[in-house]
Design a protein around this ligand. Structure first.
Ligand code: ZN
Length: 464
């Protein structure tokens, strides 16, 4: 008996040692605190008629989970540049800084380290490929807003695959930034593919690939982000399509690969305190994760998936008054706060003083007010005050991190969130703990409470 136990122990040790991670998926939900995940799950359940339940996202079914703190070297509340740098290097830095330690010293990212060891590298996101989180894996600049410089560093990274909306400022803003970044990338051996079909074709022969949405060379605005899942139209590029293009691209060329996949628009929606759009983005990242998970199921002994967030955004609270939640309310929202805002802006552009009925019609169509969402006389009165202010050009639009929201749009989204009993404490980030989920060999290393400095070194430890 002793002998059998001894042999079994040897076998277990042998299996543990032989776990060799060859493929790493590092998912980062920008702004995705635990409540963004739990809210998305409970909302999905409410949609299916079970308000007292949750439909699990793939990440919460993973066998290991934990939490991480996210404060930066300079601030109790981090920005995406400092948080991304920490998730990419294991070192905290000052807010706004990418790939430097806050005192000018260059940090090495895990993507750079693995590239040096011969791994294939893919960096992908739903926002611009030179935005803070993706940039944290290849760029080293004291100010994240130096988009052209960050873009130049992307072209010099020699990473194999980039996917996302495009470059923020492909043309540059100053005289010393003359060359279009797409052309510069082509000179460095990258093929630029627009949209899913073109990327699939280019992937066969390209040495290195930059996959962006269709006609992205148009410039800044277009290169900033993919459409929100809630606003998506047929043919729009998705994160799941990007991941499914990147996997065979890297697998065919390398024995090992590392992919950073960012759900970047969760943060954008939470900066607008817009729960329906944010939950849609969590589920959208989950779809991209399903693609990685399918690969994991084919290579379970060699694939590690780690999911976390750079910080929480919005101070999202599930509950704002009593002991009830009405998450099903937000199902009546048909578009993001951004699109709703544009509809109101357009209405006031076309008509100097549109009627209250015209305004009501937009609320009806886009948020279900009066038809499916009961609006009290007091609530209507409040909305009407925003309307009167807008008619008198006194409407106070709200400048959020990525978009100025029309006051009527904001009032509608805020009312719907309030009625769903969803609370928001801020339009900025918070210091809330962020979740970690993991599956695959050595995934247990990520369980428990961590500081965000520990995640990148743990990935390196897991692959050694
Ligand atoms: Zn962020």
């Amino acid at each position: 008996m002793k002998r059998i136990t001894f042999l079994l122990t040897l076998l277990v040790i042998a299996i543990a040692v032989s776990a060799e991670v060859k493929y790493v998926f590092y998912f980062i939900g920008d702004g995705m605190g635990s409540n963004q995940v739990l809210g998305a799950e409970m909302y999905q359940s409410a949609l299916m008629g079970q308000p007292l339940g949750r439909v699990q996202t793939l990440m919460t079914t993973f066998p290991y989970s934990g939490s991480a703190s996210s404060y930066s070297k300079s601030n109790g509340i981090t920005d995406s540049a400092a948080a991304g740098t920490c998730l990419a290097t294991g070192s905290k830095t000052t807010n706004g800084t990418l790939g430097l330690d806050g005192e000018g010293k260059e940090l090495t990212t895990i993507a750079e380290e693995l590239k040096q060891k011969g791994w294939g590298i893919g960096i992908m996101t739903t926002v611009a490929i030179d935005h803070a989180t993706p940039a944290a894996f290849y760029a080293h600049v004291p100010n994240r807003d130096e988009y052209y410089k960050v873009g130049m560093q992307l072209t010099e990274s020699s990473f194999d695959f980039f996917g996302g909306a495009g470059f923020h400022h492909p043309q540059g803003k100053n005289d010393d930034e003359p060359e279009n970044l797409y052309r510069l990338a082509e000179k460095k051996g990258y093929t630029v593919a627009h949209g899913y079909e073109e990327a699939i074709k280019s992937a066969q022969s390209a040495e290195r690939l930059i996959m962006v949405q269709a006609n992205d060379d148009q410039g800044a605005q277009h290169g900033s982000n993919l459409p929100y899942a809630i606003d998506r139209k047929e043919g729009d590029l998705t994160l799941a399509q990007i991941v499914s293009t990147a996997i065979p691209f890297l697998k065919d060329r390398y024995d090992r690969f590392f992919m950073m996949v960012e759900g970047g628009m969760i943060d954008y929606a939470c900066h607008g305190d817009d729960a329906a759009t944010a939950f849609g983005e969590v589920w959208d990242m989950d779809e991209a994760m399903q693609v990685a998970y399918k690969f994991y199921l084919e290579h379970p002994e060699e694939t590690l998936i780690v999911v976390t967030a750079d910080h929480e955004t919005g101070g999202l609270a599930l509950g704002n008054s009593d002991y009830t939640l009405h998450l099903d309310m937000i199902q009546h929202q048909q578009c993001s706060a951004w699109v709703l805002s544009d509809l109101f802006t357009q209405l006031f552009k076309e008509n100097k003083k549109p009627s209250w009925e015209q305004v009501k019609q937009i609320y009806r169509e886009q948020l279900g007010f009066w038809d499916t969402v009961e609006i009290s006389a007091k609530e209507e009165q409040k909305l009407k005050e925003y309307y009167k202010a807008a008619c008198n050009k006194k409407g106070k639009d709200t400048k959020t991190m990525y978009k100025t929201i029309n006051s009527l749009g904001e009032a509608g989204i805020a009312l719907l969130n309030e009625k769903a009993h969803i609370g928001w404490t801020t339009r900025a980030h918070s210091a809330h703990a962020v979740p970690i989920f993991s599956i695959g060999p050595n995934a247990e290393l990520f369980s428990g409470w961590h500081d965000n400095t520990e995640i990148a070194p743990t990935i390196l430890k897991a692959v050694q």
